[in-house]
Each structure stands twice: as C-alpha cells, then as structure tokens.
Write a protein that binds this ligand. Structure first.
Ligand code: NAP
Length: 280
C-alpha cells in the first residue's frame, strides 16, 4: 500500500481457506508501496460454501481482482464471465480480474514456473523433463512445459493419477508429448535420461524436511532440478542434487513470478521482482 488508505484506494486480495499464513499480502503491498500505487492487498478467508457469494461480491464492491488459492482454484471459474485458455486447459483459476465489470479468470501458475526456470538459466524448449507428482501444481507445470516445447514423463506415487494426467494433456495437445511411468526401475531410467527434474509433490516440505521424492543415486550432473517446495529453502532433494553435481533451484521465485503476473493483470504495470522477493 502507498501510505494511508483514502477514498481512492483500490482493493485487491486473496480468496482462500485458510489464508492466515499467506505471504501474498506482504509481497504485493511491498510492490504497491515501491511503485507509489494507491492499492491495498487484503486476505479474505472464504469458506467453500460462500465462494459464489464472494466472487459476486468482487463486482458488487468494485474490488479490482483477487488471487484464488486452496481450496477454490478448481471451482472459481464457474462463477466468472470469461476464463483464459490456459486456465480452462488446466481447470484452475488463480487470478480473477474485474475488468470494468467483466470478471475474467486466469492461471499464472504455469507461466510463473516457466519464468522462474528461465531466470535460473534453464530453457524448457527441447528439454527431456521428468515431473514428480500429479496434483494441481503438476498439471499446471506439465501443461506449461509442453507448451514451451518440452517432452515430459510424469511419475507419481499413485500411478493411476499420472496416467490420467498424461492422457488428458495429450488429448489437449494432440501430439502426445507426455507419458507416465511407474515409480520403479522405469522411473530411474527416465530420470537418468532426463535433463530437467521438477518436484511437484509436497515431499521434503517442512516439517518432513529429511524426505526426498527421488533416491539420490538417480541424480546426475546433467540434470537441472527444480523443486517447487520452498520451505526449507534447501530441500533434501536440492542438497542431494548438488552433491551429485546437478544444478538446482527452489520454488520461491515461482511463487514470486506467479504473483508478479497477477499484479500485472490487475494494474497493467510490471512489479519490482527484487522488492517482492526481498519481503519473503
Ligand atoms: P496436490 O494437488 O495436493 O498434489 C500433491 C502431490 O504430492 C500428489 O501428486 C501426491 O501424490 C504427492 N504426494 C503427497 N505426499 C506424498 C508422499 N508422502 N509421497 C509421495 N508423493 C506424495 O498439491 P499441489 O497443489 O499440486 O502442490 C504440490 C506441492 O507443490 C506443494 O508442496 C506446494 O507447496 C508446491 N507448490 C509450490 C508452488 C510455488 O509457487 N512454488 C506452487 C504450487 C504448489 P498422490 O497422488 O499419490 O497423493
């Protein structure tokens, strides 16, 4: 926020349940302050039963837009006037924009991941990627990787979910760049041949910080490891990747870039990434 709240202050925010531990208010308000924009970012704890009323309230109260997080990402689109192709493809909305009374839904998850990957020096185009996980983050990540020109192997604890995700994304792309393998010797072969490994599971996240989604023997110097977990900053997977001679980065910049893309949708202005990053 820029100084005091006035009659002209514009409101953006977050719909989630719970929202108390989100770092998004700090990230966005620091950027508004830095740019001198008279905006404020407010967290709203919206119970699932109240999602429709809350989304209609965006229009009624002239809120500029909101981020949408767990457990609303897969449902918010139902109440919007328009949903972007990316958000429709992955069945998830993480950003709503009240564009002069028209409620528009976007997903910045995949693009945030790609920007973070590229800013760490790894280009997804032409890469042979392995994605661990088949939940919401994996869906956005695999879709973004395929769109950026990578081929992807999905590996998940519950193999059927990996099969379903690969099938549904291949149906969308029509060129079958996605396959799934079981978490056995086939997974080892896939990782040994890969140049990019993305962890989209919660394995290794605080408090279970000693866990890793991949045995360390499967890691190698030709691999770039992107761990979407960012708490702790150095996960066991990233530490073991470094020991194996691989490069790696955590999920913090992905979080920042996703937020930065939402900020730009609401304000039309690119936010200062370094300021956003410094408050987390
Ligand atoms: P989700 O939809 O609940 O999916 C969770 C995934 O993790 C599933 O594939 C699940 O496998 C797997 N998993 C959970 N516990 C496991 C275990 N003990 N062993 C093996 N696999 C396990 O969650 P999500 O939204 O995709 O988020 C996944 C992770 O990504 C979270 O840690 C989240 O913090 C992180 N994330 C980071 C960012 C960022 O900006 N950096 C953005 C989004 C998400 P099953 O299918 O077998 O249950």
């Amino acid at each position: 926020m820029n100084g005091h709240i006035t009659g002209k202050t514009r409101v953006v925010g977050l719909f989630g349940h719970p929202v108390q531990h989100s770092c998004s208010p700090a990230i966005h308000n620091a950027a508004f302050k830095e740019l001198g924009l008279n905006f404020i970012y407010v967290p709203f704890d919206v119970h699932p039963d109240d999602l429709a009323a809350a989304v209609h309230g965006i229009k009624a109260m002239g809120i500029v837009g909101v981020n949408v997080t767990i457990p609303h990402k897969n449902h918010a689109g139902e109440y919007l006037d328009w949903v972007s192709d990316d958000a429709r493809m992955i069945g998830s909305v993480n950003t709503i924009h009240n564009d002069d009374g028209v409620l528009k839904g976007y997903s910045t998850d995949g693009q945030g991941f790609i920007k973070a990957l590229e800013s760490a020096g790894k280009s997804p185009a032409g890469s042979n990627a392995v994605v661990m996980g088949a939940g919401g983050a994996a869906r956005a990540t695999v879709y973004a990787l395929v769109k950026a020109g990578a081929s992807v192997t999905i590996i998940n604890r519950t193999h059927e979910r990996a099969v379903d995700l690969a099938e549904s994304l291949n149906k969308i792309s029509g060129i079958e760049p996605v396959r799934s393998v079981k978490l056995d010797e086939n997974a080892k072969d896939a990782i040994v041949c890969a140049d990019l490994l993305v962890n989209c599971t919660s394995v290794g996240m605080y408090p279970n910080i000693d866990a890793s989604p991949v045995p360390k023997e499967w890691l190698h110097p030709g691999l770039f490891v992107f761990d979407q977990v960012y708490n702790p900053a150095e996960t066991t997977l990233l530490r073991e990747a470094k020991s194996a001679g691989a490069q790696g980065v955590n999920g913090l910049r992905m979080l920042i870039f996703q937020g930065a893309l939402s900020f730009e949708i609401w304000t039309g202005i690119a936010p200062p990434i370094d300021v956003m990053e410094s408050v987390v």
